[in-house]
Design a binder for this molecule. Sequence first.
Ligand code: SF4
Length: 374
Amino acid sequence: MNREPDNLSSYEKPFIVPVFLPNIGCPHKCIFCNQTAITGVKQKIPSPEEIGLQINQFLSYKGKNRSPVQISFFGGNFLGLKIDLITSLLREATKFVIEGRVDSIRFSTRPDTIDYERLDILKEFPVATIEIGVQSMDDKVLCLSGRGHTSADTKKAVSILKERNYEIGLQMMTGLPNDNREIALYSAKNIAAFSPDFVRIYPTLVLKNTILSGWYKKKEYTPMPLEQCVTLVKDIYLIFREKKIPVIRMGIQASEHIQRESAILAGPYHPAFGHLVHSEIFLDMASFIIESAIEPDIKSGEIDCCDSIGIKVHPQSISKMRGFKNRNIEILKTRFHINSLKIIPDFSVKKDKVGVIPIRRLRRLPQIICSSIT
Ligand code: SF4
């Protein structure tokens, strides 16, 4: 799980013990979804014994990690399962909480499965966190994506979960059919207005054996190009960041299975998608500083330029500043006619900030300027 810069939230990153329930409990398959294609895990409800073994095995990887431990049921629609199954899964997970080896339980579910009756079932179990697949706050996008619920269902679900004091995670997608930049930003603003405890952002990918893959093959659906998607997700990320809502994941998790099985037919996939987003934020910050220091010479029509500049960043932010394969460095050099650009590690610069210093011949750039984009 990606953790966002530490000054943004009080969200405490848990150690997650995953129990994957691929598409289990789903009333139907949404047009883009194929959990088995992403993970390679076959659709099968694990027995309580299997779950116990799985959890024990995962806990053995924990080492000295002192963060809270949560068992997470994900990959399906948890509250869409039969009540007997919900309780038997929770009972098995609760044993580990009683033993003191796990702190609490979390699961992901659809918005239209959340009601008082179902939440009453949870009362006797240590469930702390519930994640909802919101995907979009636009009803046409939801309808075309075969979600089978509306934005009103999400609104109602969030309000019930808040009443019951659960930690709430909301997942949204970009690039679904009929979605566009404007609608995606509208969705993000609406999701941010719910003040969830954290969010995840997933660009739509064309996975094999989905309805969407058929549309793609018939040229009825065109996925968003990677660069455009990175910029859109960056702008969405900044909406959440402004509200101090942690974004704990951007893009699906890279896995050997995905690469080996060629599960993704098309779409803005990158194994380090979140890194691309953060890199673009750092590029914007550095560009903003340099640009505001460089004024065009009106008489000659030329812009002020410098031979060499240094960009100070926290050591943990160096790769974000450099960008994937040093892309940011090359862009800045070309954009601002810079001959040499050095990244200078500096612990005094905050992790989400950038400082720029002129090294040689930059007339209007002050000695050091820091910037962070909010
Ligand atoms: S997106 Fe969620 S609800 Fe839809 S099929 Fe996939 S797991 Fe089920």
